[in-house]
Design a protein around this ligand. Structure first.
Ligand code: NCD
Length: 310
């Protein structure tokens, strides 16, 4: 099936068909092989991509910057907002409008939910959402399913527990749609205060998702093939007090894993704070650093596709 991604914005986790998701993953797999074979890739030679991070980032920013250079493009980076005209009071919308005139594609992360949609309307070039507030983080969810396919050999027909801050954690807001589309059973395990937003759960159920909501982490892990852990998103809490009430409310450690289904895979978008103990890192199913590495190949694929160079 011919698929055309050229010029497309990457904004939400619910914007893709299963065929498109498979095509993106297959493209990432080819890039992974090409990089590992030592090929110097020039697919995007002559192209320029901007990375505009109005919010802190390590993996998304650095894996995009690596991906941009690995596909043969060059990158311009906004740097920290305090070093740019943001500090003079320029609106981020004006920054987008300006940078759009310099480059062939834009990657943006911004603290305001919905900013990616607005930015895509402003920019004529493809806009890739690297996370818009607590709303969506589609490129993370794409690398997550790429990781699930590599770790498990397939994506569908499994039980996956989302554990942690499901309210503010944007990665699960995107990943939930992919999991539903591939026919997985989902368990949402979180403290009462950090439940998955009701409108997302309702929308997923309306699409036919099998979802259980629980606070019983042990029971959830006992029947899960995979657990996707998220950090309590401190920066999105209205005040320190409500954060303090929720922090440390779940910790995946060797003790807890005794209750988990044999062979469980553990994923996390990172950064972790204390929700996965470092003792778990040596566990075979601990996939979170492999997951972070996969991000570069997946982002190479997205860049190749939206620029129409592959
Ligand atoms: C996530 C994010 O920014 O939403 N990080 C990432 O992109 N890998 C998760 C988080 O910050 O907790």
């Amino acid at each position: 099936m011919e698929m055309n991604f050229k010029g497309r914005d990457i904004i939400n986790g619910y914007d893709f068909t299963n065929q498109e998701l498979c095509h993106i993953m297959d493209t990432a797999m080819i890039y992974e092989k090409r990089v590992k074979s030592g090929e110097v890739i020039k697919d995007l030679a002559g192209m320029l991509v901007a990375t505009l991070f109005f919010e802190p980032s390590t993996r998304t920013r650095l894996s995009f910057n690596s991906a941009i250079q690995r596909v043969g493009a060059s990158t311009i980076d906004l740097g920290s907002a305090s070093a740019s005209s943001q500090s003079k009071g320029e609106t981020w919308q004006d920054t987008i409008r300006t940078v759009d005139g310099y480059v062939d594609a834009i990657v943006m992360r911004h603290p305001v939910a919905g900013s990616a949609i607005e930015a895509a309307e402003i920019a004529e070039h493809p806009l890739i959402n690297g996370g818009d507030g607590a709303r969506q983080h589609p490129t993370q969810a794409l690398l997550d399913i790429y990781t699930i396919r590599k770790e498990k050999g397939h994506i569908g027909g499994q039980t996956i527990t989302f554990l942690g801050d499901l309210k503010y954690g944007r990665t699960v807001h995107s990943l939930g749609y992919f999991m539903q589309q591939f026919g997985n059973k989902m368990i949402f395990a979180s403290p009462e205060e950090l439940k998955m937003p009701a409108e997302i759960t309702a929308e997923l159920r309306a699409k036919g998702a099998d979802i259980t909501e629980t606070t019983d982490v042990k029971a959830a892990l006992a029947e899960s093939d995979l657990v996707y852990v998220t950090r309590v998103q401190r920066e999105r809490f209205p005040d320190e007090e409500s954060y303090n009430r929720c922090k440390g409310s779940y910790i995946v450690n060797n003790d807890l894993l005794k209750y988990a289904k044999k062979g469980i895979t553990i994923m996390h978008p990172l950064p972790r704070v204390d929700e996965i103990a470092t003792e778990v890192d040596s566990y075979e199913g601990a996939a979170y650093f492999r997951q972070a590495h996969n991000g570069m190949y997946l982002r190479m694929a997205l860049l190749g596709l939206v620029t129409g160079r592959i």
